[in-house]
Design a protein. Sequence first.
Length: 259
Amino acid sequence: MNNPELGHAIHEKARHLGADLAGIARIADLKGSPSHVISGKLPAYNGVGTTQEEGQQREVVTWPQGFRSAIIIALAHPIDQPELDWWVRSNSDGNRRMIAIISGLADWLAVEMEMRTFPLPYHIERGGVFLKDAAVLAGLGCIGRNNLLISPQYGPRLRLRTMLVEADLPSSGPSEFDPCESCSAPCLEACPQEAFARQVHSPAVYNQGELPGRSGTYDRLACNREMLLNETDSVKIGDGDAAGKLTKYCRECELACIA
């Protein structure tokens, strides 16, 4: 099977295993993507979604050797299924589903294609990559003005996961899709912390045109304030070993998007 055929087979297998979207990005391109380039330049951040691992620098990707392509999968998160992203004991039902899809895909590639794979964790500090940049390069959509991945099929209502493979596969993206150019951007007004209210990052300071929120208007510290409030509103569920806290993180900018 040649590489284009393999790429198609991977896409079909991912869909068969339960992914709503799947694509491929070359790691060489991913290393040069906006988030991977700017991450080491931004001020230190230790908010929700970051961890501190011994020997690892926050938000700096450690690339394993010998892998040349990334497979990105997406799971749709419909408005009427909010529980997919309700977090209990540091996990959610949607995340568990994506881990199972990636695991099944890795097993298939190992057995059927004798291919080495490297499933990635979610956190950068634990060995992950910037998933939205990977999804853009794989052709799944674009980064919107709300700093979320926007897809033609599901808008921003998606959850992402990825793994690396050793084969040098043809990229399935990026695409020309961009619904934000002519949009009134209700997402920017929806944030309860006004995370898009001002220019936070300057192209001149970071020497690149593609910035958080597309133009540098996304304030992750403001966004983090809301997530911390969400955590204070967590609800205790279960008893004994099954006890935990249920956290429903804010999705206002995502749900307000009309793409």
